[in-house]
Design a protein around this ligand. Structure first.
Ligand code: GLU
Length: 331
């Protein structure tokens, strides 16, 4: 039974938080806290070389500055640790074994070039549907190929449509075989795949709701399938719009001019930023400085926009050095 609400922040600290990450943290916080729920901070540093520890520490300070508190995780201890995915390998290995015992895993020796062959069907999100090349290798072929290369592991998917209702985006369905294909659960370098890790961690941490960017909406059917195979409850999902720069490009951690570091240096406190984020996502009719706590009574998922949000140019002024700064006087 999913009774008490438990939300989570699950950032990948491969750089300083940007505005879109801040919006995601704000909405995850509002959603859980508006129901008196708990929040866990989980650091998704599976690829530990891409996530230097100082970024996770800065992230905690940025969340503090935003006024978004959490109950356990990050540098706080609690009942559901470890909270850094780089320390959770034994949990993922146990889940992998469980899938293996069901006969659903197979080693895949395909190179990147083979996966991205010209005739491979591409999905709108740029992913390639796996051709099934290694699906039916004989034990002898596996032994031979293993001598030359360490394999990745894929999970067989059934011919089945998985449907669910997202709390922000509404109805969504995907045919696993034709729209997704057998997917990776462990990479050839031994790093567990995001899809597996996220499902294992949400379950072992008792997470009941997942709030994240809508770029991950198409992952849900895979994650629901994994929940079923591993005997986990399925959390409620809320996929929020992405923030786009005024020129329409997606914000990324590489755009250092839009990160919390430069935003914080241009503001005395976080209220103008919270007000701007609330306005952009549909919770306020105009940007007006306020704290996350003051926003709680105004929060409802039905007010949150579904479509990606282009930040209007007039909300930004670009000084000579090219650093973007928030100008909350504009509307
Ligand atoms: N770690 C992912 C990110 O920072 C989010 C994954 C999730 O929320 O499931 O984009």
């Amino acid at each position: 039974m999913l009774d008490t609400v438990c939300g989570r922040f699950a950032p990948t600290p491969s750089g300083r938080m940007h505005l879109g990450n801040a919006l995601c943290a704000l909405l995850a916080w509002l959603s859980a806290r508006s129901h008196g729920g708990r929040i866990i901070l989980r650091i998704e540093d599976l690829d530990v070389n891409r996530c230097p520890k100082p970024y996770a520490q800065l992230l905690e300070r940025d969340l503090d500055w935003l006024g978004l508190d959490w109950d356990e995780g990050g540098s706080y201890s609690g009942a559901h640790g470890p909270y850094y995915q780089s320390e959770c390998g034994t949990f993922y290995a146990a889940a992998l074994k469980k899938l293996q015992r069901q006969g659903l895993l197979y080693p895949c020796f395909c190179s990147r070039a083979e996966l991205h062959a010209a005739d491979a069907p591409h999905l709108s999100d740029g992913r390639v549907i796996y051709s099934g090349r290694c699906r039916n290798l004989s034990p002898k072929q596996v032994r031979q190929l293993s001598r030359r290369k360490r394999p990745a592991f894929r999970l067989r998917v059934p011919e089945e449509t998985i449907a669910f209702t997202d709390g922000c985006q509404g109805f969504y369905s995907q045919d696993l075989a034709s729209e997704c294909g057998d997917f990776l659960v462990c990479r050839s370098d031994g790093i567990f795949a995001y899809q597996l890790a996220v499902v294992v961690d949400d379950a072992r941490m008792g997470v009941t709701e997942v709030v994240r960017g809508r770029d991950l909406l198409s992952s849900v059917p895979r994650q629901m399938y994994l929940c079923r195979l591993l005997g986990y409850p399925v959390p409620h999902y809320f996929h929020i719009p992405l923030l786009l720069a005024p020129d329409g490009r997606r914000l990324s951690k590489r755009d250092s001019d839009l990160n919390l570091g430069s935003i914080r240096s241009s503001l005395q406190d976080s209220r103008p930023l919270i007000g701007l984020l609330a306005f952009l996502c549909g919770l306020l009719p105009k940007p007006q400085p306020l704290t996350a706590r003051e926003l709680l009574p105004l929060f409802r998922w039905s007010s949150v926009r579904r479509e990606n949000i282009r930040i209007p140019a007039q909300l930004y002024r670009v000084p000579a050095k090219g650093r973007l700064m928030i100008d909350t006087k504009g509307t």
